[in-house]
Design a protein around this ligand. Structure first.
Ligand code: CA
Ligand code: CA
Length: 211
């Protein structure tokens, strides 16, 4: 075996383990690869460029979680979110500001998820639980940029979701079910670039009878 001088930091990931030969210092970075809620994790890609960094995350409560990169110093991170069977749930490249990724997904409590963050530079990764405000029937809420609301109808029927007083901006609306799977969306069915969602077919499916 040829000798290696200096220190090489080896990394460990669940699906692709690297083991150090006896002649180099072994540093286990598994502790840094568990993503904890609200705690930024630094990804350093340098001379020994791993490119892909896998994080595991186990949510304590079910809900919508936001994974994002920041302080990317001009590099261009993207990321895959995977379930416990390594099945791709979501992918994003530049959903955040400045080439950072942003993934929002519904996660179930107690299950293991993996975030494969990719990028050739150094950046931070963070996961947060998205706070969801309840939208009450017949009331309006002022939205700045973006917001996620929940709505639980007390009676079955046809409900209309729409934006207004948009002051020249261009709102879009997306309707999801309780698992954050998209039911429908609308861009400009209202007046003046406002969205208007009337999910008739959802009611049709729920009730099983034509409206
Ligand atoms: Ca990117
Ligand atoms: Ca619009």
């Amino acid at each position: 075996m040829s000798s290696i001088e200096g220190t090489i930091t080896f990394t460990y990931s669940k699906n692709n383990a690297y083991y150090a030969p006896n002649s180099v210092e072994w540093k286990d970075l598994r502790g840094e690869r568990v993503l904890e809620l609200g705690i930024p994790a630094l990804v350093v890609n340098g001379d020994f460029n791993v490119y892909k960094t896998s994080f595991s995350f186990i949510p304590e409560t079910s809900g919508i979680y936001k994974f994002y990169s920041f302080d990317n110093g001009g590099c261009d991170p993207d990321a895959y979110l995977k379930d416990e069977n390594s099945y791709n749930i979501a992918y994003n490249d530049d959903g955040g500001e400045g080439y950072n990724f942003l993934i929002e997904e519904y996660l179930e409590a107690g299950k293991t998820y993996y975030l494969d963050a990719r990028g050739s530079g150094s950046y931070y990764v963070k996961v947060e639980l998205v706070e969801i405000e309840e939208l009450e029937l017949g009331t309006s809420v002022l939205v700045e940029n973006k917001a996620i609301f929940s709505f639980t109808p007390t009676t079955s029927g046809i409900y209309k979701f729409y934006s207004f007083d948009n002051d020249g901006c261009d709102p879009d609306g997306y309707l999801y079910d309780e698992y954050f799977d998209q039911i429908t969306y609308d861009y400009n069915s209202g007046e003046g670039y406002n969205f208007l969602i009337e999910p008739l077919y959802v009611i049709f499916m729920l009730s099983g009878v034509p409206i």
